[in-house]
Write a protein that binds this ligand. Structure first.
Ligand code: FAD
Length: 266
């Protein structure tokens, strides 16, 4: 079973601060991590390899520092790690990114299953999985909490989370799955894995030419998204504290809620 896992390096958002003057993220000094959902995707890939054999190839598109995320993936047990990096990718929106990732999956050779996280904690669109599946022309199951591959290694039953329950989907491989954190508990990098990474830190790098990407489909040329405006959300006020006897404060509260159209009293 040849398994491909998509991981994104993201800023650790618990530490992210907004520059109040420019409204942009202050990235200096902010540590980077593997996007949390993606660790679960990698764990699932490693478990599938343990059951069926084969290889786990991890792909990440990003700047050179994304190599750190790939080294961590290697220490967790990935067989091959590839950084997809080229100035030609600058300005890529989700469609151009999905195109580059789909081309990269194809470049890995014969593959059976692609796993990714549901959503990245920085970009937050959850578009990459579905778009990549479309570009690869394979079935997709998103929001997976269980992926059960039949003994024949060809058909899959996947359970996907909905707001008020779950859905069970059957499909054939090759296919793409995005996962959420409830699917498993990711392992820590093993001591052996860390030693192997230190001895042989072999992260491959592929550029646009290596993956056979058309210039029209990547970077700004391949990105139909127009960002009209970016802004930081207004800080919330301190809230309203009503003081006085319950009869009076209840009336005041109802008035506030009516004024804000939260409730309608007949
Ligand atoms: C007009 C425009 C220009 C942009 N220019 C740039 C730019 O110059 N540089 C830049 O870094 N970003 C740029 N971006 C942002 C970039 O397009 C997104 O970060 C990227 O498409 C991923 O989207 P997302 O974070 O919403 O991922 P989601 O769709 O939320 O991610 C879902 C899953 O897809 C996989 N995934 C997502 N991104 C990657 C990745 N890069 N590698 C491997 N797997 C991945 C992961 O498994 C992840 O859990 C730009 C966006 C727009 C709209």
């Amino acid at each position: 079973m040849n398994i491909v896992v998509l991981i994104k390096q993201v800023p650790d958002t618990t530490d992210v601060k907004i520059d109040p003057r420019t409204g942009t993220l202050i990235r200096e000094g902010v540590p980077s991590i593997i996007n949390p959902d993606d660790k679960h995707a990698l764990e699932e890939g490693l478990r599938i390899r343990e059951k069926f054999g084969g290889t786990v190839t991890v792909l990440s598109m990003g700047p050179p520092q994304a190599e750190d995320a790939l080294m961590e993936a290697r220490a967790m047990g990935a067989d091959t790690t590839v950084l997809i990096s080229d100035r030609a990718f600058a300005g890529s929106d989700t469609l151009a990114t999905s195109y580059a990732l789909a081309r990269s999956v194809i470049t890995t050779g014969e593959w059976d299953i692609v796993l990714g996280g549901r959503q990245a904690i920085d970009g937050d669109t959850a578009q990459i999985g579905p778009q990549t599946a479309e570009l690869l022309g394979v079935p997709q199951v998103t929001y997976c909490i269980e992926i059960d591959i039949a003994e024949d290694g060809r058909s899959v039953t996947a359970k996907r989370a909905l707001e008020d329950g779950y859905e069970v989907i059957e499909t054939k491989l090759p296919a793409l799955f995005t996962v959420i954190k409830d699917i498993n508990q990711p392992r820590y990098p093993s001591i052996r894995g860390i030693v192997n990474v230190c001895r042989d830190c072999d992260v491959q790098t592929w550029n646009a030419k290596d993956i056979g990407a058309s210039k029209k489909m990547i970077g700004l040329d391949g990105s139909p998204t127009q960002v009209a405006r970016t802004f930081a959300p207004e800080p919330k006020g301190d809230g309203l504290i009503l003081e006085g006897p319950p009869e009076q404060t209840t009336k005041e509260l109802v008035k506030h809620l009516r004024d804000k159209n939260v409730v309608r009293v007949r």
